[in-house]
Design a protein around this ligand. Structure first.
Ligand SMILES: [Ca+2]
Length: 151
């Protein structure tokens, strides 16, 4: 339809999480990173390079306001290869409106990545937690390709 309404919202519009300014940031080591770790631009997890994502060295909690604008959140989580294979891994958790919506279980350094997609319709707040497990050595927690799908 060439003359369809110009106000029709675009379908399937993804927004990189890194473009949304967090409301609160707490990271255990270094700084919150967008599309970069403290080594380099982008990330490398289990040998694969990712240009996009957010970096939250454990023990970390980063909070974003969603305001019910999105329907899906997805990311691939892992520890950046930059530190090599050390430490006891980290646990990635997504909290929606104070309720746990995703738990990666322990992800070990430099050898694993886990991808997930969860519904976020109706949610106001998204918290990313990078839990250190027992210690935070080498817990270079990356949320690669973290993105939200607009409603
Ligand atoms: Ca750890």
């Amino acid at each position: 339809m060439p003359n369809s309404s110009p106000s029709k919202p675009e379908a399937n519009q993804w927004v990189w999480l890194g473009t949304i300014k967090p409301e609160k940031v707490s990271v255990g080591w270094g700084q919150y990173g967008v599309d970069k770790s403290w080594y380099a631009s982008g990330f490398t997890i289990a040998g694969k390079h990712y240009k996009k994502g957010v970096f939250t060295h454990s023990q970390a909690t980063v909070t974003y306001k969603l305001n019910d604008l999105y329907k899906t959140f997805e990311a691939c989580v892992g520890l950046d290869d930059g530190d090599g294979n050390c430490g006891d891994g980290a646990i990635f958790k997504v909290i929606l409106d104070k309720k746990e919506a995703y738990n990666s279980k322990v992800v070990l350094s430099a050898n694993a990545i886990k991808c997930f997609s969860i519904p976020v319709a109706g949610k106001q707040t998204l918290e990313l937690v990078a839990d250190k497990n027992r210690d935070n050595k080498c817990d270079d927690a990356v949320w690669a390709n973290a993105r939200l799908l607009k409603k």
